[in-house]
Design a protein around this ligand. Structure first.
Ligand SMILES: *Cc1c(COP(=O)(O)O)cnc(C)c1O
Length: 375
């Protein structure tokens, strides 16, 4: 029997050596490695600016703050996402307004439903690029322009992603990324903000580090003592993580390429299966394939996951809809596609070191398990 986890890290000597180098340099907090990581991340994503932060939740919070979103404002978000997309809105004191996804095939936020939910209080929208597949940014940005809304991309799933010929992460006012350990690239905890707006970049750097006009590293380099010019946070990345980030970002293009090959194989193997359907069949772009999600057309998901686990296959669910969580009940609404997908979605293993044979094994086991399931 094989053992195929849901996810595995792509770490090697490069990451180990990068960390040791920083430890020996004795500059372990935010400094030159963080800058190097930012520059390389921006370059690969065709972005003018990149600001490294502690995690994506902090990135989302910072983006909302710099966009001027505050108490009493409404922010339109998907519910088929990780909770942080909505909790960042709560952190700033604003109200999350949940919108449905496009369809059972396109699991990104629906521009039509966004339009329905715009009110006088709406200040921003946070599309999330599900599983590496971009939301319809052309339509969303056109709506934002018309109604004067800010757009913050939750691009955690979509490093290097493309939709409609455009680079995801460069289309909104900000884009936010996570380097939590199960993402396309990992630093343990970590995040990045991309923006094309010079003023936003300056504000983000300032608020990331307490609103201080000079960081400790700047002062080490001879800058004057600091003033505090705004109410800031401590959302700094450190150079130990940034060094891992520099090593990981060098592997990102290969990661996305390999994932595409594996995801294509999953599609090939499962396309004729009546018992599952695979979303994004018409995706107009290149996905980062962060999640290999399928929709179960029959059977008991809990039972299916248990039987797959017995065959050494790790699975997960993306996502339990946020609007159905206890703490979000007061913001709840009806989102038919999101609720349906939330009950029937199954995420299959997908990561760089997986092989075609592993994908075939997972698909064979899934087919076997499904044939035993009642309708
Ligand atoms: C992982 C993730 C986040 C949160 O990232 P952290 O770095 O853990 O704060 C937010 N949104 C989405 C879609 C994610 O996948």
């Amino acid at each position: 029997m094989k053992n195929i986890p849901l996810f595995d890290l792509n770490f090697g000597k490069e990451e180990e050596e990068a960390v040791i180098e920083v430890l020996r340099s004795k500059w372990i907090s935010m400094g030159p490695k963080t800058k190097e990581f930012e520059d390389e991340y921006a370059r690969l994503h065709h972005s003018k600016y990149a600001v490294a932060v502690t995690n994506c939740t902090a990135a989302l919070h910072l983006a909302l703050r710099v966009c001027g979103v505050g108490v009493g404002d409404e922010v339109i978000v998907p519910s088929l996402t990780f909770v942080a997309t909505a909790s960042a809105v709560r952190m700033i004191g604003a109200t999350p307004v949940f919108a449905d996804v496009v369809s059972l095939d396109d699991w990104t936020i629906s521009p039509e439903d966004i339009k329905q939910k715009i009110t006088k209080k709406t200040k921003a929208v946070i599309p999330m690029h599900f599983g590496g597949h971009g939301a319809d940014m052309l339509k969303i940005c056109a709506l934002a322009e018309k109604y004067g809304l800010k757009v913050i991309e939750d691009a955690c799933h979509a490093p290097l992603g493309v939709r409609d010929g455009q680079h995801l992460g460069t289309l909104g006012d900000f884009a936010c990324y996570s380097f939590y350990s199960n993402k396309n690239m990992a630093t343990g905890e970590g995040g990045m903000l991309l923006t094309q707006n010079e003023e936003y970049e300056k504000q983000s750097r300032l608020l990331r580090a307490h609103g201080m006009t000079a960081t400790a590293y700047d002062r080490e380099q001879g800058k004057e003592f600091y003033d505090i010019v705004d109410w800031g946070y401590n959302y700094r990345m450190d150079d130990i993580r940034a060094a891992i980030g520099v090593a990981q970002v060098a592997k990102l293009e290969a990661d996305v390429k390999k994932r595409k090959m594996l995801a294509d194989r999953y599609r090939e193997n499962l396309v004729d299966q009546a018992d599952v359907s695979i979303p994004f069949s018409q995706y107009p772009g290149e996905s980062s394939n962060y999640v290999m999600g399928v929709l179960l057309e029959k059977g008991d998901r809990k039972e299916i996951r248990k039987l797959l686990a017995e065959k050494g296959v790790g699975t997960s669910m993306h996502y339990p809809p946020v609007h159905q969580f206890e703490c979000y009940k007061e913001f709840s609404t009806e989102l038919p596609f999101t609720e349906d997908i939330g009950c029937r979605e199954l995420s299959l293993p997908l990561y760089f070191s997986m092989t075609i044979e592993d994908v075939d094994y997972v698909c064979d086991q899934l087919k076997l398990v499904l044939t035993k399931q009642k309708v």
